[in-house]
Ligand binder design. Structure first.
Ligand code: BJW
Ligand code: ZN
Length: 261
């Protein structure tokens, strides 16, 4: 048996034996769906500087430019489908009541996978806790009205940007920018699960952005095991108990399902 097969078998054993599993995902889980990651060679930050676009100051300075970027990302993601990794995680969370999905992603692909796998059944146990919000929600910059928002955005001028139906102030994407607090109820729920989880499965994140990157460490501190799935080294790799090297779309289906490794 080669090293990769042995590691996969070990991962299967850990997953089967664990009571309480927290799955933390990042941009890499959606890479095979065609959604660009943030920091890789093809990453979003290579073409756009984060500090220009993903900060409250950038939005105050140039809301049109920021909306143009988000409109482009929404368009990209709307053409993407969940991949084998999203689907495998959705099946795991539907089958096991002790599995909690937590994502940093704003692309809605875990939710799409949950609905696809649940069919006519209730998808809610496979809906992820979204730490960084959603591309498909907006919130008002004045009155904090929040709502679902899909479809194209006309970012050709500041006058055409989406406005709040209640107070007419600018709407903004309901995502968490650098320096902003994460939604406290979501953070509390995720870290609450982490404190009692036997296993944290960390998929497709560079583990550089906090507090999300602290979640696996919280599981470790409470005595749980950390398994990382990633084709490359990350800030977490040295502290993971097991590393499964490779793309999530290949590793996850064989990690969560029986059958030959
Ligand atoms: C594959 C693959 C395949 C490729 N299969 N894998 C503690 C220490 C240091 C700093 C801080 C700290 N606590 C807080 C901070 C500050 C800051 C921070 O963390 N900075 C660091 C960068 C240094 N954090 C914040 O500002 C956060 N807010 C906060 O803490 O508030 C508290 C507070 C409030 C007020 C005052 C003071 C404190 C907010 C962070 C918000 C992050 N927002 C973004 C944008 C979201 C909206 C949007 O999408 O537009 O979230 S930034 C961006 O990074 C996005 C992502 O969710 C996040 C994480 O990226 P991710 O998912 O890891 O992607 P990549 O690209 O980095 O990695 C991809 C990985 O996939 C790679 O490893 C590849 O190898 C892999 N891969 N193909 C599997 N097929
Ligand atoms: Zn408003």
């Amino acid at each position: 048996m080669c090293d990769a097969e042995a590691a996969l078998r070990e991962g299967r054993g850990l997953l089967a034996a664990a009571r309480g599993v927290v799955v933390l995902t990042g941009a890499g889980v959606s890479a095979e769906s065609g959604v660009p990651t943030f920091r890789g060679e093809e990453g979003l930050w290579k073409r756009y500087r984060a500090e220009d676009l993903a900060t409250p100051a950038a939005f105050r300075e140039d809301p049109r430019l920021v909306w143009e970027w988000y409109a482009w990302r929404r368009e990209t993601v709307e053409g993407c489908r969940p991949n084998a990794a999203h689907l495998a995680l959705a099946r795991l969370a539907l089958e096991r009541s002790d599995v909690t999905l937590v994502t940093q992603n704003v692309d809605g692909l875990h939710e799409a996978a949950a609905r696809e796998e649940a069919g006519d059944a209730d998808p809610s146990s496979a809906l992820p806790l979204e730490l960084h919000g959603s591309l498909f929600r907006v919130r008002c910059t004045r009155c904090s009205r929040r709502e679902a928002h899909r479809g194209p955005v006309d970012a050709s001028s500041e006058q055409t940007l989406p406005r709040c139906p209640s107070c007419r102030e600018l709407l903004r994407p309901d995502v968490v920018w650098f320096g902003e607090s994460l939604p406290s109820d979501v953070v509390e729920a995720a870290f609450g699960e982490a404190r009692t989880a036997g296993l944290c499965l960390v998929v497709g994140t560079s583990a550089r952005v906090h507090p999300a990157a602290s979640l696996p460490l919280a599981v470790r501190e409470a005595g749980g095991t950390v398994v990382e799935v990633n084709p490359a080294d990350t800030a977490l790799t040295a502290r993971a108990d097991l590393v499964l090297r490779g793309p999530a779309g290949r590793i996850l289906p064989s990690l969560v399902e029986e059958g030959p490794v």
